[in-house]
Design a protein. Structure first.
Length: 457
């Protein structure tokens, strides 16, 4: 379903900004700062072996296949319609569980803004804030990508760029003013020297804070010059993201030590410690206000992209025609409203019914590994298309191997037991869920595809 030229609203600046905003998370600065000086090493290594190779692959594939659908379209063109559908299905399923998680973080942050952090544990408050915020995004999405772009860029500037610049300014300002850093940054402290499993776990965690650049080419038909703007926009956006992560983490560790960060029970508590150290505790509420905008922007772009990929781009006939309907703004309005209804049911049931909440936690665990599988498709598509790219073939193979190793690390560490899983039976159940869960979701995807295929014949 092609968009006409009047709806080509994304230029190079928009692509670079959306790539940065939709993938950069201020919350990861506190996580990385808890690791200490060695986080700088992990950020840079993760960028080299995953973030930059992924951005380059997406840039090359978007130039080769400059059409709406992103990774779905690339997979369909190279590996066939069936595999393209499965990739779109996995994205849809993952984000169905991702929305409530990110929105709950938004509600928790909002409680700090209003000066009532204790409300973060109040299920009625959290559920109300989440539903209001989510349906606001849903209704905005119905008016088309132009409004999502405005919301994402506006929210991203207020909630991602501004807080990050503030933290960097405060951190480096403290260092230049006092000549003192709460964390020592020396070669010996930057290079990890602790247990190898701990190092790999930290690396994996930060690597996947940098993934997601493949989501922007989903809107390729809205890009003014997809072959040029997508290519350079993705690469520049990825570079800016890495720079912000590294400098932001250093700035936080200049103000507070990793031990102080570990004492925090969450991101906003970590910011409370940071601003209390600087004797400006009132800044906590200001940052909380900005982060609310950031989460709204992130949900906005991550709501529309998987819906566009799954409901709008997949062939007519595989899903009910009702889902493919678009409005005058070219937004898949019925699909957006359907997802809004499903997420609302998930939110209400998990808040009101403890037994359902336990099942929801299991479903989240079962879907974790599905986040890695689309990337395996992406690498395979890149390798199969390698002969069509300019440049050194050896370099392309090196990038592919780096991404494969990174994904395998992510898959392996997904099986790492959480701290609250202690009994033998719960450990076995957890591992079984992680192993068989993704297969169940994939089988459901294949069932939907073949059932739709029979109807088309």
């Amino acid at each position: 379903m092609q968009m006409d030229s009047t709806k080509k609203i994304l230029g190079f600046r928009d692509i670079a900004l959306l790539t940065f905003i939709s993938n950069f998370g201020v919350r990861w600065l506190a996580v990385a700062a808890g690791i200490g000086a060695s986080s700088v090493f992990f950020w840079i290594l993760g960028a080299i072996i995953l973030a930059f190779p992924m951005a380059y692959m997406c840039a090359q594939l978007s130039r080769l296949y400059p059409e709406e659908g992103g990774i779905y379209a690339w997979t369909r063109n190279v590996m066939g319609e069936k595999n393209g559908f499965i990739v779109a299905w996995m994205y849809f399923v993952n984000n169905l569980f991702y929305y409530p998680a990110i929105l709950i973080f938004l509600a928790t942050t909002f409680s700090y803004f209003i000066g009532k952090p204790e409300l973060a544990k109040n299920s009625a408050f959290v559920c109300t804030v989440v539903l209001v915020a989510f349906w606001m995004v849903v209704l905005i999405s119905i008016f088309g990508l132009k409004f999502n772009k405005m919301m994402t860029e506006f929210g991203g500037f207020l909630g991602s760029i501004l807080p990050a610049l503030l933290i960097m300014g405060l951190g480096f300002g403290v260092y230049f003013w006092t000549k003192h850093s709460a964390t020592a940054f020396t070669w010996s402290s930057i290079i990890p020297n602790h247990h190898i499993s701990s190092s790999l776990s930290n690396l994996t965690m930060l690597m996947f804070a940098m993934t997601g650049v493949e989501i922007i080419p989903t809107f390729a038909n809205a890009v003014k010059n997809p072959k040029k703007d997508l290519y350079f926009g993705l690469l520049i956006g990825a570079v800016i993201m890495i720079v912000f992560y590294v400098l932001g983490t250093i700035a936080v560790n200049i103000i507070v030590s990793p031990d102080d960060i570990h004492k925090a029970s969450g991101l906003m508590h970590a910011f409370q410690i940071i601003f209390a150290t600087l004797h400006i505790p009132w800044m906590t509420r200001g940052v909380a206000f900005l982060l609310v905008f950031a989460e709204l922007g992130i949900v906005s772009i991550w709501l529309v992209a998987p819906i566009t990929m799954f409901f709008k781009c997949t062939p007519v006939g595989l899903l009910p025609d009702w889902f493919h309907k678009t409005n005058k703004s070219d937004a898949p309005v019925n699909a957006i409203l359907f997802v809004g209804l499903v997420v609302t049911i998930i939110l209400l049931s998990t808040n009101l019914l403890p037994a359902v909440n336990d099942m929801y936690q299991i479903l989240i665990l079962m879907s974790v590994l599905l986040t890695f599988i689309p990337y395996l498709f992406l690498v395979n598509v890149f390798i199969k298309s390698m002969h069509k790219f300019s440049g050194y073939k050896a370099m392309h193979w090196i990038l592919s191997v780096c991404v494969i190793i990174s994904l395998l690390l992510g898959i392996i560490f997904s099986f790492e037991l959480p701290h609250n899983v202690t009994t033998l039976s719960s450990k076995i159940l957890y591992e079984l869920e992680m192993f068989f869960g993704p297969f169940i979701f994939i089988l459901v995807g294949y069932f939907i595809y073949y059932r739709g295929q029979k109807k088309r014949l």
